[in-house]
Write a protein that binds this ligand. Structure first.
Ligand code: BTN
Length: 236
């Protein structure tokens, strides 16, 4: 069984796991913290990481060609959904590409980063609200677990599911579950693109985890995660 390092506080568990990966840490090595002081999200954003959450980073060494690496984020989303379902009965929807939603609020964010031939898969779950509540700018956007949840138990279940799905790559059967849990398919979304935001209809998720959208002029475009995110009309 690979190592699970448990910390009360970390700057960013992804940064620690990346350092471990650089030093050759084995597939499945994981870092779990109860709070982070410099939690990071996608697109250079910070990730609010107060006491009371689950902050987990897992070193993965998937046996796949580099073009398939973008699959790690949807794979992790499905792994966390499965762990939440089996350990707590909570069923999440997935907002492309890396957010898990519960009752429309963000319960979990995922940040996968490549390092020295490995992938560090970072997962943050809001287990409960911190004392004094979440900061006002995100208070209405986040969700927390409906009942007390054991951090270590949930983390171990997530790691098991991650390793199991990762071990089956390049089999992408998990994408069926990703699609079935999608909160965006069939919805009108606002695409946040550095070149300018636009509205589109989310119509499919392809075999690489890309989101195909229909544009108002009838053409289709497939979005790759990178610098692009989508916003559901219901979240505006
Ligand atoms: C996002 O919502 O944009 C992704 C958030 C990812 C947060 C997790 S918490 C554990 C790991 N450590 C970090 O600094 N980030 C990830």
């Amino acid at each position: 069984m690979p190592r699970l390092i448990q910390l009360e506080e970390a700057s960013s568990t992804n940064d620690i796991a990346k350092e471990l990966a650089r030093s050759g840490a084995e597939h499945g090595t994981a870092v779990l913290a109860a709070r982070q002081t410099s939690g990071r999200g996608r697109m250079g954003r910070s990730f609010c990481s107060p006491e009371g959450g689950l902050y987990l980073s897992v070193v993965l060494r998937p046996q796949i060609t580099p073009d398939l690496l973008p699959l790690c984020t949807p794979l992790a989303a499905v792994a966390v959904c499965r762990a939440l379902s089996s350990e707590t009965g909570v069923e999440c929807r997935i907002k492309w590409v890396n957010d898990l939603l519960l009752n429309g609020g963000k319960l979990c964010g995922i940040l996968c980063e490549g390092v020295s031939g490995a992938v560090v898969c970072g997962i943050g779950v809001n287990l409960r609200a911190p004392k004094g509540g979440f900061p006002s700018d995100i208070r209405d956007l986040v969700a927390v677990m409906p009942k007390e949840t054991d951090r270590t138990m949930l983390a171990q279940a997530i790691i098991r599911e991650l390793l199991s799905l990762c071990g089956r790559l390049p089999d992408t059967a998990f994408l069926e579950e990703y699609r079935a849990r999608s909160a965006v398919l069939g919805q009108t979304v606002t695409v946040r693109d550095p070149a300018g935001d636009y509205e589109a209809h989310a119509s499919a998720i392809d075999e690489h985890g890309g989101l195909t959208v229909a544009l108002p002029d009838g053409t289709f475009k497939t979005l790759r995660a990178g610098e692009i995110s989508v916003r559901l009309k219901t979240q505006e």
